[in-house]
Design a protein around this ligand. Structure first.
Ligand SMILES: *Cc1c(COP(=O)(O)O)cnc(C)c1O
Length: 361
């Protein structure tokens, strides 16, 4: 068996030590005589695992006590609906800043449930830049403002969160950038992320939410939709995705063991600089995103001759470099270089790109 270098946008690469650990105890977890998938989520062992995962995530992100951490299902897409249902009353407006496809989707879903207001959009720059926060046109009294710290498809990232008034909570979709470097959680009212990019396998969704905002959840919501109720039940209102929770816990431990998010941030910066440097240093590859908004996690690039895309992908695959095809909506290439993608993978990609350019340009 040989593992390839995996640049998949999601579900994405998982750290090899985590997979090996899981493999080693797959058949028999602790003294259970069964796998972790085959035991009750209410057993003492599982509850201990769940608590340890939460406490390690709190350590990594330095999540203060006044925030609740929820381990839910349904993906980020489900939160596009649950955030409005929990945090905005029926007569309230939600502000949206749209810097790409996921923000657009989040706003469209919220629009089915509540009034929405587009307070800024990256459309003018072809979604290749972040509109200047001092030009955002907020509504008078929004329930919250929603934005997407990293747009996974366009490769546009807020490298710093915008300065916004504290009176309006920021709700952010961090699916493709959470845990990539340190953040200041107190800048946000709520953070959500599907697990399958930087946390663990698909099926788990993490929501980090300031406790006072839980009071907004209407009592009329169905229980599984209610953040307040999920928090009261420690995310075990019903059966949680136990295996995904377990693997996420292993990923958190792996991150702590290698030095936490400061170290991860250094690694991710080095990886992304290497790749953008190779793109910018060539006449053959290009990335359209404004330099101050380039994602550390998802790097889209195009070839000077798009008719070579297919050959590029075929030869990359032969060289063990997989899942480099750009999203169907934009074409070209995209290298997703999440936490679990090592520097060696980016070095191998850059070497391949040089070779390919020499042969074809
Ligand atoms: C992948 C992704 C989503 C969709 O996540 P699901 O878990 O499939 O719902 C939403 N937002 C962002 C930023 C993403 O990267």
């Amino acid at each position: 068996m040989s593992r390839i270098f995996n640049f998949s946008a999601g579900p994405a690469a998982l750290p090899l030590p985590v997979l090996k650990h899981a493999q080693q105890e797959l058949l028999e977890w602790r003294a259970a005589g069964a796998s972790v998938m085959e035991v009750s989520h209410r057993s003492a062992d599982f509850i201990e695992l769940a608590d340890a995962a939460e406490s390690n995530l709190r350590k990594l992100l330095q999540i203060p006590d006044e925030y609740e951490v929820l381990f839910l299902q349904g993906g980020a897409t489900n939160q596009f609906a649950l955030m409005p249902l929990n945090l905005a009353a029926e007569d309230e407006v939600i502000d949206f800043v749209v810097t790409g496809s996921w923000g657009k989707k989040a706003m469209a879903e919220a629009g089915k449930l509540r009034r929405t207001h587009l307070c800024a959009s990256g459309a003018e720059s072809g979604f290749n830049a972040i509109p200047k926060p001092d030009q955002w046109q907020s509504s008078a009294d929004p329930a919250y403002i929603h934005w997407t710290p990293n747009e996974t498809i366009g490769g546009v990232e807020f490298l710093e969160p915008p300065e916004l008034p504290d009176t309006v909570p920021s709700v952010v979709d961090m699916s493709s950038t959470i845990l990539s470097r340190p953040i200041d959680v107190t800048r946000y009212g709520a953070i959500y992320a599907g697990a399958q990019k930087n946390i663990g396998p698909a099926g788990l969704t993490v929501v980090i939410i300031r406790r006072d905002l839980l009071e907004r959840s209407p009592a009329s919501l169905p229980l599984t939709f209610s953040y307040k109720h999920q928090a009261a039940k420690d995310s075990m209102l019903n059966t949680p995705p136990t295996f995904a929770w377990y693997l996420a816990g292993l990923v958190f431990q792996w991150l702590l063991d290698l030095g936490g998010l400061e170290e991860m941030g250094r690694r991710n910066q080095a990886k992304s600089q290497l790749l953008y440097g190779a793109i910018d240093g060539s006449q053959f590859y290009s990335n359209p995103v404004e330099v101050g908004a380039r994602s550390w996690m998802n790097v889209p690039f195009t070839l000077a001759e798009p008719q070579l895309d297919k050959v590029f992908l075929e030869q990359a695959a032969q060289a063990g470099l997989m899942a480099l095809k750009g999203h169907r909506s934009v074409g070209g290439m995209r290298a997703s270089i999440y936490n679990a993608v090592p520097l060696e993978a980016v070095e191998a990609l850059v070497a391949f790109m040089h070779e390919f350019e020499k042969r074809h340009a």
